[in-house]
Write a protein that binds this ligand. Structure first.
Ligand SMILES: *Cc1c(COP(=O)(O)O)cnc(C)c1O
Length: 427
């Protein structure tokens, strides 16, 4: 499917039915798979043959949907995970172990920040957080001899900073490590990080890809561009024999395009089992079928809402990378010329209290720990997703106590603006 345009890939990639087969992706609702002989099955366990034996590791429905996302991103291999959290954990833990170090942008999703800064530190992995706006010198200075990856978000949730992908890719590659980017907010419809030097993409498919608030999920896509063997000493997990699979070496057996995802499935999915349910993968695919139609509408509504708020006397600031004059407007134009995302954040002259009053009076926009849904939703990060952070950490993540994150859905724009207007009148 890789020669087709994005819209066609959204609708058709990943599954082509044969004669008399179902038009829609079949949900393979089965934990296990039958084989004629133990020998057949043994080959699967040894990674000598490809196939399915247990849905904790792999399932055909999941693989069809992963293949679609892989095609959309322009990668060589992909896998679904149970959540975006699992995707980011797996993507990093697949190459960074106890004693290793990772450089990450400081303005990442609060859940990912906790995962890295608290939980993965307990596993002995060290993180250095750098501002996405840092100079090349500052970025290079963050690397250590044991650095194994660089991590950032195309558009950060909820800080809405835009990552200078080329700058981060250049630094990562100069130090012989891959750049991993969480592309949740932009989606491949608006940005394909591999085209700018990124090596591995992750997604919380819970957001725009599903798009209907129906299923939590994640995805990891490998570009196939990172040469593990050229940096063999840094990535022994990929370049030396795996004892749990009779001594196979992933980078040799599965090549540059397949090693990362095969290892991630064979080791991490086997041992942690954060697999997406085939039912959720089916729902995710329904969402993907209209992603290219929904994204422009999300962006159009968000840009109009951002412009409206920008001129409102009760609003102290508006952050939207698609808005002219925004700090990240130029970077957004470079990496996402067709639109960024549907999320706008803004602050109130009346501070935290004004933010809370505004939220209470919204009628269409619902207060939810969610974004990137067809329905407009709204969140106060300082009292929800980011409440673990102290003021200093909040500031580093680009969040203030009066900040409200509004995720514009695909409803009629005039209704959205009217809802915002009446809630603002109560402030
Ligand atoms: C929501 C989100 C995640 C976490 O994904 P879940 O599916 O909720 O586990 C990770 N990264 C970004 C950018 C997100 O918005």
């Amino acid at each position: 499917m890789s020669d087709y345009k994005m819209s066609t890939k959204c609708v058709q990639s990943g599954y082509t039915p044969g004669n008399g087969e179902p038009r829609q992706i079949p949900i393979v609702q089965s934990t296990t798979f039958k084989y004629a002989t133990s020998e057949d099955m043994g080959k699967l366990f040894d990674l000598e043959a490809s196939g399915y034996f247990y849905t904790r590791l792999q399932n055909p429905t999941n693989d069809m949907v992963a293949a679609k996302i892989c095609d959309m991103e322009g990668g060589t291999a992909a896998m679904l995970t149970a959540s975006g959290q699992a995707a980011n954990f797996y993507a990093i833990f697949n190459i960074a172990n106890c004693g290793d170090h990772v450089v990450a942008s400081s303005t990442i999703y609060g859940g990912t920040y906790n995962l890295f800064h608290v939980t993965m530190r307990k596993m002995g992995i060290d993180f250095t957080f750098v501002s996405p706006d840092c100079t090349e010198e500052e970025l290079n200075a963050a690397f250590k001899p044991n650095t194994k990856a660089v991590f950032g978000e195309t558009i950060a949730n909820p800080a809405l900073t835009v990552l200078d992908i080329e700058k981060f890719a250049k630094a990562a590659h100069a130090h012989g490590v891959p750049l991993v980017i969480d592309n949740t907010f932009a989606t491949p419809v608006n940005c394909r990080p591999f085209e700018w030097g990124c090596d591995i993409v992750t997604h919380s498919t819970t957001k725009y890809m599903d798009g209907h608030g129906a299923g939590v999920g994640g995805c990891i896509v490998d570009s196939g561009n990172f040469d593990w063997m050229a940096h063999a000493d840094k990535f022994p997990g990929l370049t030396t024999p795996d004892d749990s699979y009779h001594g196979i070496t992933y980078a040799e057996k599965f090549g540059q395009g397949g090693a990362f995802i095969t290892k991630c499935t064979a080791q991490l999915m086997r041992d942690f089992g954060s697999i997406q349910s085939p039912q959720n993968a089916f729902l995710l695919n329904l969402g993907l079928e209209s992603l290219h139609v929904r994204m422009p509408r999300h962006c159009e509504n968000a840009l109009a809402v951002a412009s409206f708020l920008k001129n409102h006397p009760k609003i102290s600031f508006v952050t939207y990378p698609g808005l002219k004059g925004d700090k990240y407007y130029e970077l957004a134009q470079k990496y996402m010329p067709n639109g960024t995302c549907g999320v706008v954040s803004f602050g109130f002259k009346g501070g935290r209290t004004a933010a809370e009053t505004f939220m209470k009076h919204l009628k269409l926009a619902a207060i939810e720990t969610h974004v990137a849904d067809a329905r407009t939703c709204v969140l106060h990060p300082a009292s929800a997703t980011h409440r673990q952070m102290n003021d200093q950490e909040l500031a580093a993540a680009g969040i203030t106590a009066d900040l409200v994150r509004l995720s514009c859905g695909i409803e009629d724009l005039t209704d959205l603006i009217a809802d915002i207007e009446q809630a603002l009148a109560q402030v």
